[in-house]
Design a protein around this ligand. Structure first.
Ligand code: AMP
Length: 501
């Protein structure tokens, strides 16, 4: 089968051919003909299967007739995250290059004004995250009764993030006569209920078993001691051993504190690394992703925020620095490699305490994962020592000052522990800025310093505020303002503890 067998318009076919695609993937072959006939589609497919084009291409063909009116978008695509929404926009630009369509992207973390202007002009395609869409609607700037096609993408991810009530509200605002294209990698009961309520006689297209992993990925487990420095060493050795095959890699951690620590450690060891997690502001996240995609960064240390849905073609390796606590995250993480039939490798660093999580993953994917270089039977867990001994002798006995410092550290740790222990996916839309991005902080500090120099003495908080990036108006899922803790960024040098890596 070729793309021209599917009923797509000549303009769309020409853009697909320019993109270099000749053969539709199974989800495209299954969904596109029905979508072109105006039927509701229930697509059960993971990212990496070509599912974005399976709704973008028929939408473009159908949008060739008719025009958009101010504030009344003709189509609406709902995505759970800003990155996914931006990726769908890129797809519309790529495949819609022969069309003159107005595309509006409504995501958090960027100003309302620009988005308002695009809505005012009339959007043929509106791509949005649910929170920001409802914010626009509540401000009276958006009418949804002209929507002819509604796409709900990554529905199971929407469920994870607590967006289902928002999705229901949005579905109720859109005319009953619309066409709905609905995609989910898995079909938990809540999602099935949603489809029963809002889809009309949908055509079901299922392209692979839910929660299965692509066969083009070579998966290995790698034994390690349990201490962070041991795991970091294991990772570095692994990266070095894979060097010849390794084009680029995403390295996943379970918690954002680990993302920051590992990122700093890799930089110290001269790896060309960037970091990506939910506490970074939108601009920094997009920039980091763009640098990785363009090959300016070889390694991207990421939390699960980056695991699902991101289309970064040609990632040769995925490293799980931590075994994911939720087995499904494993499938999504390693799905970043081996995309569209290309070969990929994934290595999961496992310690003795990870055994139960590894078992759960193997149960989910229905297969045993091979060990890379022997299993954990030869590994003895080191007790107590969090850092390798350096130089001569054993570590110094803790004195009073050390104890005080430890207490302070523990108290601070307690304050953050609850939040840090949560998987990032649960917190993505309510981030608390802590270690957003080293570069951004440095820039902010420089701005504060020059502002101080300019003004002489003055109110420190005002100056900090001036130098901070402009935040959004409060909205349902607005990002919280950075809370200043203790000295904030201005910790005196003598109080800084240099992290051993
Ligand atoms: P998606 O599942 O939409 O995230 O797409 C995964 C990757 O497959 C993207 O990099 C697409 O550009 C690519 N892709 C989409 N359709 C095709 C196709 N028919 N043949 C080869 N690659 C494709």
């Amino acid at each position: 089968m070729t793309f021209s067998d599917l009923g797509l318009s000549p303009k769309v076919l020409s853009a697909v051919s320019d993109a270099g695609y000749t053969k539709p993937t199974p989800i495209q072959a299954g969904a596109i003909p029905h979508a072109l006939l105006g039927k509701d589609v229930l697509g059960i497919a993971q990212t990496g299967t070509g599912k974005t084009a399976s709704f973008v291409l028929p939408m473009l063909t159908r949008l060739e007739k008719g025009r958009a009116r101010a504030r009344m978008p003709r189509t609406l695509i709902l995505e759970p995250t800003r990155e996914l929404a931006a990726q769908v926009e890129e797809n519309f630009i790529k495949y819609g290059k022969n069309h003159k369509l107005n595309i509006a992207l409504l995501i958090g973390g960027v100003s309302f004004d620009e988005q308002d202007k695009k809505l005012e002009r009339g959007a043929d395609v509106l791509i949005a995250t649910p929170g920001r869409l409802l914010d626009h609607r509540e401000r009276g700037k958006l009418l949804l009764n002209g929507v002819e096609i509604l796409v709900i993408d990554e529905a199971d991810r929407m469920l994870d993030m607590g967006f289902i009530p928002d999705i229901e509200r949005i579905c109720e605002m859109i005319p009953f006569t619309r066409q709905t294209l609905f995609f989910s990698a898995t079909m938990p009961p809540e999602i099935t209920k949603l489809t029963e309520k809002f889809l009309h006689a949908p055509v079901r297209v299922e392209v692979s078993k839910a929660a299965s992993t692509a066969t083009s990925i070579t998966q290995r487990l790698v034994k390690s001691g349990n201490k962070p420095w041991e795991k970091r060493e294991t990772l570095r050795n692994l990266i070095k051993a894979e060097d010849a095959d390794l084009k680029n890699a995403i390295i996943f951690c379970n918690r954002k504190v680990e993302v920051s620590e590992l990122f700093r450690s890799l930089l110290k060891h001269d790896f060309d690394a960037g970091a990506l997690h939910g506490d970074m502001d939108q601009r920094a996240r997009m920039q980091m992703l763009a640098n990785f995609r363009d090959g300016k960064l070889r390694y991207l240390v990421a939390s699960d925020v980056a695991a699902r849905g991101l289309d970064i073609p040609d990632v040769s390796h995925v490293f799980n620095y931590d075994v994911p606590i939720h087995a499904e995250d494993y499938v999504h993480r390693i799905g970043r490699t081996g995309r569209a039939g290309r070969a990929g490798k994934s290595f999961t660093i496992a310690t003795r305490s990870d055994t139960k999580y590894v078992d759960a993953i193997e149960r989910l994917i229905g297969a045993k994962i091979e060990w890379h270089d022997g299993d954990l039977s030869t590994v003895t867990e080191s007790e107590g020592e969090d850092v390798p001994r350096r130089g001569r002798g054993a570590p110094r006995r803790a004195g009073r000052k050390d104890e005080d410092r430890k207490d302070r550290g523990e108290r601070k740790k307690d304050r953050h522990a609850k939040r840090d222990e949560m998987p990032e996916t649960a917190r993505e839309e309510q981030p608390v800025a802590e270690v957003a991005d080293i570069a951004e902080r440095r820039a902010r500090k420089d701005a504060i310093r020059s502002e101080n120099e300019r003004k002489g003495s003055g109110n420190r908080h005002e100056q900090r505020g001036d130098a901070r990036p402009q935040r959004d108006r409060p909205g349902r899922h607005r990002e919280e303002d950075d809370a200043t803790v203790g000295f904030g960024d201005d910790v005196p040098a003598f109080m800084r503890i240099v992290a051993k890596v």
